[in-house]
Design a protein around this ligand. Structure first.
Ligand code: SF4
Length: 480
């Protein structure tokens, strides 16, 4: 499955002379979490400097940009827009100088009450310079109503609703925040004496840091040159925990440990559960690369059917998000995956996918296997049918785009043109994570949304995506 995109990836580090370079690497390791823009803010204790640009990390941030980011603390961000248009004005971190001093912020998730908060500020004459839901956080931090509170940041956070992991930078510190439901991952690590924070632990691996623990739901962790402090802005067990199970199914890197689970092991367990629930009489198990490799391994181990390679991956094809139209996206996916005739010709295949969203790209892949001579195709999907949109940071907001919405499995099978089709059950899926259904959001499968949604959010998110700003090739800024 290649048609879903994540909102963002975060990385931060405190008290390292090479903070900007390490942040660059931390973002590079998390490139899969967002490819539209990348940015870094760096503090030397007095001034916060920023560079952000469009494209992959290597395109958005060049060596000369890094040289301009002096200081021993840094935060960084890779972005794929789900609210707010794809433009450099929305690239994060956002940096502001206001009554609360200099502050930068980057965000992973969606604020489901951002529209209401923003409309309120706009009525009072505030000017917004981005269409991103994140900017409202800077306005709230500058608001006297919150600044007069004993803990202004905690007061702001208690008024945010939805899914949010945040890194906030002030000249002397970084504050790492996770929303009370723990919807997105945020991990803490150590690099020598320095503290690091990242959306996924794969970022720690690249910079040689050691994972210590997750930032807890409802927790604010403050990183300074003197070490780490923790406080809460929400009670430990309220509301119920709702980590995004899709992170484990598809988004996170298989080498990462998030939500205290190994992504690889969970996916492998889902593949094994799928083999028990939906066996197939076949010659070869093949994954749809790259995301379903772990699930296909689990299916193969459980079923005893040999594991093979059905596709080659062309790593040099342009990124599919560049062209937003469905027709071009389909074309790009076909260019990326080439079936291996010598492997699949004359074979009865079990094809393992991690998930199916719109179905159009999956149908294209199945057709290419048939064209390469596959005798039978038994498609096995290592997650349940997606029937509901996500409002917490994943880009399938419209129900009518989902192939499983309003359709039975047999109808979907006919659309995909495969010999048999089976999905992993909801029970089978949650049996593969240690805490079970109680700890996870499964709303895109069940329609049971654990975090309440402001009706204005669902109405306006699409409209706001239509706003565009003048884009340059990149932008730089520094607090005065
Ligand atoms: Fe994740 Fe689906 Fe919940 Fe969105 S609705 S947070 S994709 S589990």
């Amino acid at each position: 499955m290649s048609s879903l995109h994540h909102h963002c990836g975060l990385f931060g580090i405190m008290d390292r002379p090479d903070a900007a370079e390490l942040t660059y690497l931390g973002l590079y390791a998390q490139q899969h979490r967002g490819q539209e823009s990348a940015g870094i803010c760096c503090s030397d204790g007095t001034t916060i400097r920023r560079h952000a640009g469009m494209g992959l990390v290597t395109e958005a941030i060049r060596a000369e940009d890094l040289r301009g980011l002096s200081g021993s603390a840094a935060i960084g961000h890779v972005r794929y827009s789900t609210t707010g248009s794809c433009s450099v004005s929305n690239a994060q971190p956002l940096l502001a100088s206001a009554a609360m001093g200099h502050a930068a912020v980057c965000h992973n998730g969606n604020l489901v009450n951002a529209v209401a908060l923003r409309e309120d500020y706009e009525r009072r004459g505030r000017i917004f310079t981005t269409t991103s839901d994140t900017e409202v956080i800077l306005h709230m931090l500058a608001d006297l109503e919150y600044r007069e509170q004993p803990d202004p940041l905690a007061a702001v956070l208690r008024h945010l609703a939805g899914s949010f992991c945040l890194l906030l930078m002030y000249p002397d510190r970084i504050e790492a925040v996770r929303d009370p439901s723990g919807n997105r991952p945020l991990c803490l690590g150590r690099l020598g004496d320095a503290w690091v924070v990242a959306s996924e632990t794969c970022a720690f691996d690249l910079v040689n840091a050691r994972y210590e623990r997750d930032v807890e739901p409802g927790e604010i962790v403050t990183l300074t040159a003197r070490g780490l402090r923790s406080r809460r802005f929400a009670p430990a067990e309220s509301p119920r925990r709702a980590s995004c199970i899709f992170e484990l199914i598809y988004f996170a890197d298989p080498s990462s440990e998030i939500f205290e689970e190994s992504v690889h092991l969970v996916r492998r367990a889902m593949g094994a559960a799928l083999a028990r629930e939906a066996p197939a009489d076949a010659d070869l198990v093949i994954p749809v690369p790259n995301c379903a490799r772990c699930a296909a391994l689990g299916y193969h181990e459980e079923s005893g059917i040999p594991l093979g390679r059905g596709f080659t991956t062309n790593h040099y094809v342009g990124r599919s998000f560049i062209q937003p139209s469905q027709s071009i996206r389909d074309l790009t996916v076909r260019l990326k995956l080439n079936p291996i005739r010598g492997s699949v010709e004359g074979k009865r295949l079990v094809v393992v996918e991690d998930s199916v969203v719109r179905g159009t790209t999956t149908r294209g892949k199945m057709q290419s296997l048939r064209d390469a001579g596959a005798r039978e195709i038994h498609l096995r999907v290592a997650s349940p049918p997606i029937r509901h949109p996500c409002y917490y940071g994943i880009d399938f907001p419209r129900k009518e785009e989902l192939i499983a919405e309003g359709r039975e499995v047999e109808e979907i099978r006919r659309f995909l043109d495969v010999d048999s089709l089976a999905y992993l059950s909801l029970e089978g899926m949650v049996s593969c994570v240690r805490v079970g259904a109680e700890g996870y959001c499964t709303a895109c499968f069940t329609g049971d949304y654990p975090i309440p949604i402001d009706a204005r959010f669902t109405k306006n998110v699409f409209e706001r995506n239509q706003l565009t700003f003048f884009d340059g090739a990149g932008d730089d800024g520094a607090t005065p």
